[in-house]
Design a protein around this ligand. Structure first.
Ligand SMILES: [Zn+2]
Length: 254
């Protein structure tokens, strides 16, 4: 796979949607691995993990809502040019559009986690009704991360991140920590109207962390759902995941 890198952060991309680049991954019908779909558009190409020819075409991995949320985050963040000037010039907290980017980012993480947990439970043959009950009982991101994730994978969230770091040389702890910070700020904003809980830097960080957040859930899928759990298939991404200094081959989409 060719290596193409760019110094551009996701927040610096103002023209066009990032969604096609970030969601262009597909699932192999034979080994359940998520692979870069850019290289699998030809019918009959062999899966890079199991080698089985894909005769039926690629099946997209992410639900449409992931695509939509990526675009909403971008739109909200880049709408800041139309911001209403604060009454108090000293108030440098994010404008409403920046706060919207934060809310959409947190929703993206929640959608990705639920999608992943559902895939794991499908793989294990958990009946749909029980899946719904488990998701309902563990409604918040934190409960799903601390209780449901260990229940269905057999690992704690932290152990999973450690495994990914050891096997793939990718450290997802920073994006996980950032997502929790974003969720805490979002909760204070939505439930208490506390916009002062949102640091000025947060909306930009949400956009820049978006690619690596998506990449994390692809990596988790390939760790816990794919038949060939030891293989890692890199996906196309932006340089937004700078904190992950893996040695893997990457394609970069601007
Ligand atoms: Zn395969």
């Amino acid at each position: 796979m060719p290596i193409r890198r760019t110094p551009v952060l996701a927040s610096e991309i103002t023209q066009g949607s990032l969604a096609p680049a970030l969601t262009m991954v597909a699932v192999c019908r034979h080994c359940d691995s998520v692979v870069d779909a850019w290289g699998m558009t030809e019918i009959g190409k062999p899966c890079p993990v199991c080698g089985t020819a894909w005769r039926e075409g690629a099946i997209g991995y992410f639900p449409l809502s992931v695509h939509a949320l990526i675009e909403l985050i971008q739109q909200a963040y880049h709408s800041q040019a139309h911001r209403v000037r604060p009454v108090d010039p000293a108030d440098e907290r994010p404008a409403a559009t920046g706060l919207a980017a934060l809310v959409f980012y947190c929703t993206l993480g929640e959608v990705l986690l639920e999608h992943f947990l559902t895939r794991v439970m499908n793989k294990q043959g958990v009946p749909r009704r029980l899946q719904d009950q488990l998701l309902e009982v563990n409604l918040s991101f934190r409960l799903r991360m601390t209780r449901l994730f260990p229940a269905v994978t057999g690992d704690t969230w932290d152990a999973a991140l450690r495994t990914l770091r050891e096997r793939q040389q990718s450290d997802y702890r920073p994006v996980s920590k950032f997502h929790q910070e974003a969720v805490n700020a979002r909760n204070l904003l939505l439930h208490q109207g506390n916009k002062w809980s949102v640091p000025t830097r947060l909306p930009k960080q949400c956009v820049d962390n978006m690619p690596v957040l998506i990449h994390l859930f692809v990596a988790l899928h390939n760790l816990y759902v794919a038949d060939s759990a030891d293989e890692f298939i890199p996906v196309r991404e932006t340089q937004g995941r700078r904190q992950n200094k893996g040695t893997r081959t990457q394609e970069v989409e601007t």
